[in-house]
Design a protein around this ligand. Structure first.
Ligand SMILES: Cc1cc2nc3c(=O)[nH]c(=O)nc-3n(C[C@H](O)[C@H](O)[C@H](O)COP(=O)(O)OP(=O)(O)OC[C@H]3O[C@@H](n4cnc5c(N)ncnc54)[C@H](O)[C@@H]3O)c2cc1C
Length: 389
């Protein structure tokens, strides 16, 4: 206990000395996120300095082992770091699908060489990753995927199409599900990593209702992938895919706390919204605040269980469902409280229509990472053990 208190004091002192003042200002939106990668353009020298100092201490991934670029912190220490960063208002130094999705899967399924190579790059923010799971005919029914990887001796030859690939046009590498056997639906899938600059890879952005194009159609036309870029065993990629999805759902559930991509107001409460006069809306906001606090408490317990390896495998589905539905409600309330002003789209006053764009973006929260209906199905089957689910 005394050790943890000493760790807290040291951590606070270090953060105060090393976090640039600009990186303690509240984020204004998605453009303030640091994604890293070969082509990332830093918003400011302070953003780059913050990434560099945190990465050199291993604190972009505080609880990963030191040999893979992490901080080697215990779960209790990592929690203290998070609390102190929140207390001082420090921004996250790096947002990355490598950290929240691929990294945990590599830690469990990767070879030693893969861990040393890819995890270290992820920790330093050198490579930006995208996720090649969904296909035009395989979303909820993900195991129906058809992108094919043929064994060509020393490499795989990949052909097919993915869809809804978030940031595929900005990513450096992709983690991708491919079909390597047609004999079994789930047992014929493999998990590959490859460079998006490989000959034969192309992307086409999809324009969304919010006016942004955060995701793409992604095409593979005779792409050569070296065999050492297979993660786990051939035809056993479904195990890797499911494990990764658990971590993706954990990450997405953070939206319930007002964190992450596509969230509306920051913080557990409605944040900067002026509370309206209308008593019904005020009552809805009060109910929302109570639910948000309950979710925050549940989330803390969930993360502790997860870090201790004690979480039920279906718990990420429950949290993903609760967190994303809450975030959708938050955005609905922001719009209701803002009245017609909240519908402004292009003005300076509305920060380029932030409320309306966030609201529209939040509609996708209960689809990405597996829809709410699918999460409810998993909860019904694996937690509630309902008949027929
Ligand atoms: C913002 C956003 C980002 C995304 N990013 C990525 C990404 O980076 N990489 C990636 O691979 N994919 C990504 N996706 C895709 C996402 O994973 C799929 O959209 C999702 O899994 C649903 O698949 P689908 O769109 O094919 O819908 P479908 O599977 O066709 O579902 C259509 C509707 O039917 C319902 N439904 C389907 N099956 C059942 C069932 N068994 N029981 C009850 N209801 C059912 C669904 O709930 C849904 O309402 C993203 C999606 C969004 C919205």
């Amino acid at each position: 206990m005394a050790d943890l208190e000493a760790f807290r004091a040291e951590t606070r002192a270090w953060l105060e000395a090393n976090c640039p003042a600009e990186m303690r200002d509240p984020m204004r939106g998605e453009k303030d996120l640091c994604w890293g990668g070969r082509r990332f353009e830093f918003q400011s020298p302070a953003q780059k300095r913050w990434l560099d100092v945190m990465a050199s201490r291993g604190w972009t991934v505080p609880d990963w082992p030191k040999e893979y670029g992490g901080g080697g912190l215990s779960p209790a220490e990592a929690k203290i770091l998070k609390e102190e960063m929140a207390e001082l208002g420090c921004r996250s130094p790096l947002t990355s699908f490598g950290i929240s999705m691929l990294g945990p899967a590599l830690l469990k399924f990767g070879t030693e060489e893969q861990k040393k190579h890819y995890l270290t790059e992820i920790a330093r923010g050198e490579i930006r990753w995208c996720q090649g799971y969904s296909e035009p005919g395989a979303g909820s029914d993900l195991a129906g995927l058809q992108t094919k990887a043929e064994d060509k001796g020393d490499h795989y030859l990949v052909n097919g199409q993915k869809v809804w690939t978030s940031y595929a046009d900005e990513a450096d590498w992709i983690f991708c599900l491919v079909r390597t056997s047609s004999e079994s639906k789930h047992g014929g899938i493999s998990f590959l990593l490859f460079d998006m600059e490989s000959p034969g890879v192309s992307t086409k952005p999809i324009l969304l209702i919010s006016g942004n194009s955060p995701f793409c159609e992604t095409f593979f036309d005779d792409v050569n992938v070296p065999k050492d870029q297979l993660v786990g065993e051939i035809n056993k990629g479904w195990d890797v895919a499911k494990y990764l999805l658990g971590h993706e759902r954990e990450m997405i559930s953070g939206m319930g706390l007002g964190l992450g991509i596509g969230t509306g107001a920051s913080g557990v409460t409605l944040g900067p919204v002026v509370k309206p006069e209308d008593p019904l809306t005020r009552a809805e906001i009060a109910t929302f605040d109570v639910d948000a606090l309950a979710f925050a408490a549940m989330s803390e317990r969930f993360i502790d269980q997860l870090k201790a390896g004690e979480a039920h495998p279906a718990l990420p589905s429950m949290m993903k469902y609760a967190g994303t539905e809450l975030n959708k409600r938050r955005n609905e309330l922001v719009m209701a409280a803002g009245g017609s002003n909240a519908l402004e789209w292009d003005s300076e006053r509305s920060k380029n229509g932030k409320a309306a764009r966030d609201w529209l973006r939040s509609r996708g929260n209960s689809i990405e990472g597996g829809t709410s209906e699918i999460q409810l199905g998993i909860v019904a089957k694996h937690i509630l053990r309902l008949p027929g689910a």
